[in-house]
Design a protein around this ligand. Structure first.
Ligand code: HEC
Length: 89
């Protein structure tokens, strides 16, 4: 009985660790976020064709989030930084 409970506890801690690691990996990779979260409504080429400053990308990403793009705060920050470094005027 006790052993079984311990096994469940260890297993659930293990799962939590995996999902936190996955979220962190996703948050730091702007290129990956662009392909996965921004290419669902229009091709990512639409994004890559644009040239914007950091403030403009921030506005664009905020607009896209209101349209339905799924990003948490850390992912948004990582993506805006990536876009402003890669696709600048
Ligand atoms: C829920 C659907 C949806 C998602 C997800 C989405 N967009 Fe858009 N996006 C649109 C629509 C609708 C337009 C306007 C119509 C068009 O130009 O195709 C647009 C247009 C754009 C444009 C061109 C217009 C402009 O403001 O410069 C850019 C750049 C852009 N999106 C970037 C992004 C980025 C970056 C992401 C990821 C964070 C993203 N989009 C995710 C729907 C979406």
């Amino acid at each position: 009985m006790k052993k079984g409970l311990l096994a469940v506890l260890v297993a659930s801690i293990g799962f939590a660790g995996v999902s936190v690691a996955a979220e962190k990996a996703g948050a730091v990779n702007g290129a990956d976020l662009l392909e996965k979260r921004c290419a669902t409504c229009h091709p990512s080429a639409k994004v890559k064709g644009a040239k914007k400053s950091l403030a403009q990308w921030e506005t664009t990403v905020t607009t896209m989030m209101s349209r339905g793009a799924k990003l948490n705060a850390a992912e948004k920050k990582a993506l805006v930084e990536y876009l402003s470094k890669t696709y600048k005027p």
